[in-house]
Design a binder for this molecule. Structure first.
Ligand SMILES: Cc1cc2nc3c(=O)[nH]c(=O)nc-3n(C[C@H](O)[C@H](O)[C@H](O)COP(=O)(O)OP(=O)(O)OC[C@H]3O[C@@H](n4cnc5c(N)ncnc54)[C@H](O)[C@@H]3O)c2cc1C
Length: 376
């Protein structure tokens, strides 16, 4: 049998595919990446770039905490245009019920070594004077940060190419499987292993994969240096992120190094067109203004949308696809793929190279949904 052209071909040059390629080539594998568009042009270009530890489940916590640590290690090497800032997150509690959630979250993080500070009304107001007065308080998570996702993806891909990875952009993949990648123009490439990192489109290439597109809107303002200092998220955000059907909005704002303010966020299923939806945009901005009335007169310079790759259990798929021994998945990261790209790359490469991972991989294995494919 002739040798495959590559050890690994990664389909998708978003931040997840770029991170995977970088890690795989670092481990000595002959690696190529194929994307129908450009590096970091999909959900990665649309994402907010909040590098955040989340505690929805132990598995989500483990992957986000591990990944954040990897970002911190990488930080000294990141070029300026990645704009990594460890600004911290403040989870804003509007009332005493939400303050109870602040204390629960603080205990959870404290037990697991995540530094936090509980803020009362006055300390919250002094840290973020543009928040509406009278908020009950908040939780400051000190090591959370922000970055500019397209440049982070570009950096990881450049580094992968510097280590010998090949990049093919402008090539649409029509089919993958059995060690073959078929392009839409009919060309074929062979690989021992194929990694499906096609984000919200991953299920087009791997039928049976349960991924739904979850649309989000973001707005960016003109430059207002000093207006906002931390990433601010309402505690009600959790309700929005958890909702499995209804359209939802939540107050979620981010300070950019440029002085611009990124305003989110929205979540919608079943809205697969790229155009901004005025109804949900108005709801999102009204929510932001309720929390920060001072946003109202600021000039908006751009609005855009993107699609998160949502899975039924809110965890990504990282590992082998049971129905095809040449196929691995690195997708389904919903609203956390910028954060978890580095952890994903490590545990994917560990599985491919038979290395012991630093965190348990079982919660992310695609076999959790694909048992019927494995036994078909
Ligand atoms: C509004 C919004 C806000 C977000 N905020 C955050 C945040 O603050 N923090 C965070 O961690 N995450 C956030 N996310 C999530 C994050 O953006 C994604 O999880 C992440 O970008 C996913 O990266 P990816 O590489 O898997 O997918 P993508 O970036 O979508 O990359 C997939 C690539 O695959 C390519 N592709 C697809 N199909 C094919 C094919 N057939 N042939 C060839 N190429 C193909 C596409 O062109 C694309 O480049 C947000 C997402 C949205 C939409």
């Amino acid at each position: 049998m002739s040798k495959a052209a590559y050890d690994v071909v990664v389909v998708g040059a978003g931040i997840v595919g770029a991170a995977c390629a970088d890690e795989l080539v670092r481990r000595g594998l002959r690696t190529a990446v194929v994307d129908r568009e450009v590096v970091g042009g999909g959900a990665t270009a649309a994402g907010m770039g909040h590098i955040v530890v989340m505690d929805d489940s132990e598995a989500q916590f483990a992957l986000t905490q591990y990944s954040q640590k990897l970002w911190q290690e990488l930080r000294p090497e990141l070029p300026d245009d990645v704009e990594y800032e460890q600004c911290g997150t403040i989870w804003v509690a509007a009332d005493e019920d939400e303050m109870a959630e602040v204390w629960r979250k603080r205990d959870y993080y404290e037990k697991r070594g995540v530094p936090t500070e509980v803020l009362d009304t006055t300390s919250l107001q002094s840290l973020e004077p543009n928040l509406r007065g009278g908020m009950a308080g908040g939780l400051l998570v000190l090591e959370d940060g922000v970055l500019y996702p397209p440049c982070a993806a570009r950096y990881l891909m450049d580094r992968a190419q510097g280590r010998g990875a090949r990049l093919h952009v402008g090539s649409c993949v029509a089919r993958i499987g059995e060690g073959r990648i078929q392009l839409s123009d009919g060309q074929e490439v062979s690989a021992e292993i194929i990694v499906n990192a096609a984000g919200a489109c991953a299920a087009d290439l791997t039928p049976g994969l349960e991924i739904k597109k979850r649309k989000g809107h973001l707005v960016i303002t003109d430059r207002y240096p000093g207006f906002l200092r931390h990433q601010l998220v309402e505690l009600g955000y959790l309700k929005s992120a958890h909702s499995v059907s209804a359209d939802s909005v939540a107050f979620n704002v981010q300070p950019r190094r440029t002085g611009q303010i990124l305003i989110g966020s929205s979540r919608q299923y079943g809205a697969e067109h790229k155009e901004a939806d005025n109804g949900i945009l108005v709801r999102m901005l009204q929510r932001a203004q309720e929390y920060m009335p001072g946003l109202t007169p600021l000039s908006v310079v751009r609005v855009w949308t993107g699609f998160r790759a949502a899975t039924p259990d809110k965890l990504p798929y990282i590992g082998p696809w049971p129905a095809d021994k040449s196929l691995f998945l690195a997708t389904g990261h919903e609203g956390l793929g910028i954060t978890t790209s580095l952890g994903t790359a490590r545990i994917l490469a560990d599985q491919i190279t038979g290395t012991r991972p630093e965190i348990a991989v079982e919660p992310y294995l695609p076999s959790r949904i694909a048992k019927e494919h494995a036994h078909a």
